[in-house]
Ligand binder design. Sequence first.
Ligand code: PMP
Length: 444
Amino acid sequence: MKDDPKGTSARDVLARDRRHVWHPFTQHGLGETPTVISRAKAASLFDADGREILDLISSWWTCTHGHSHPKLNAALAAQAARFEHVMFAGFTHEPAVALAERVTALLPADLTRAFYSDDGSTSVEVALKIVYQYWVNLGQTRRSLLVAFDGGYHGDTLGAMSLGRGSEMFGAFSDLMFKVCVLPFPGTFEGDEAVEAREAEALSAFEALPREHPQEIAALIIEPLLQGAGGMRVCRPSFLKRLADAAQGAGVLLILDEVATGFGRTGTLFAHEQAGVVPDLICLSKGLTAGYMPLAMTVAREAVFEAFLGDSFDRALPHGHSFTANPLACSVALVSLDLFDEEQTMAQIARIEVRHREMLAELAAREDVTRPRVLGSILAFDVEGLGAYQSAESRRLRDWYLAHGLNVRPLGETLYLMPPYCITDDELTRAYAGLVEGLDSIRP
Ligand code: PMP
């Protein structure tokens, strides 16, 4: 086997995988065979036979600067040689402090306190617990109601699932979920003529809530500008701004879930910059470590942090994980931030956006494509007939792309590209051609 230094055959790995591994978001009963990856470089994965697969969804949207980047590899090795991990209550370390300084400096003025956790879901759980306890600590114990959006996805732990109940992914757990007010999301696209009416509907639905539930709403959570797993649905920055003003005007805390949108995805370092919105809490993960290590941050305004101060543990935030602020992850994240300057990453994202927009025109002319949209490094559109998440049709198309060397995974009826920022122009050309060929392959 070409690409495996250990000489283990792909067939052997798969046989062992089949016996002992339970994969995420996977129906094992379908007997599908996962692809064994043995190497990755820049925008490409290589399977055990050395076959190249363009990673057009950045390995679940995490990989920003490309796979196996020499500077990120070096950061990891250097930190491992110093120390690999230490508990984060009663101890601290320079990489975690430096990363908190760097990230808070990139955020609007008083978002100054970074709470570390491990992945997007836990960053949302932390935000939830913070807003809930914030009001308890202030003596407003009735403020426990959360507001979220239809089609939103915030993770798969229990609290995050409750917030994402509008995504209809988690039906089996509905009895375990807490109550959430779900607002309609005014998703828009190129040539959308009804967007203003949908935005007005969403805003008035929000504005009615404080009247219906006086002094009961703790917080509003939204994925700013882009609902990711809900189908790459975009909203306009002006809507986000009006919503944020309405929430904060009503004394409701605003949580921005930038787990997917953070670190350049939407064309600015953070999506909220495009709307000029300053949230009370912001959730970050995925691109934080360039996809290298599980790490997340929930960053809070200083005034939120201050509500937890006191002389007893009762007012403190009872949350933390074994691997909180893992030094390996923090060290990689610091070098990832350096790379944004060194590699002119925002200019690379702008280049990708220009290419996506050119492709958008071609896609929009097709009869089988609806609701085309581009936001920064993301190109998305809908294809009628693809069916629900993981439908047989969408799995067939996913497999077609994989067989043609492209990692493209439909989200329900939505097809999208979200490549690593290092993807070259030639690779983009190859991706677009393959995307269209795949669409042709499923035409009746
Ligand atoms: N929030 C958003 C906006 C996400 O897109 C995701 C994951 N797709 C999550 C939270 C959950 O992140 P994780 O899968 O790392 O727990």
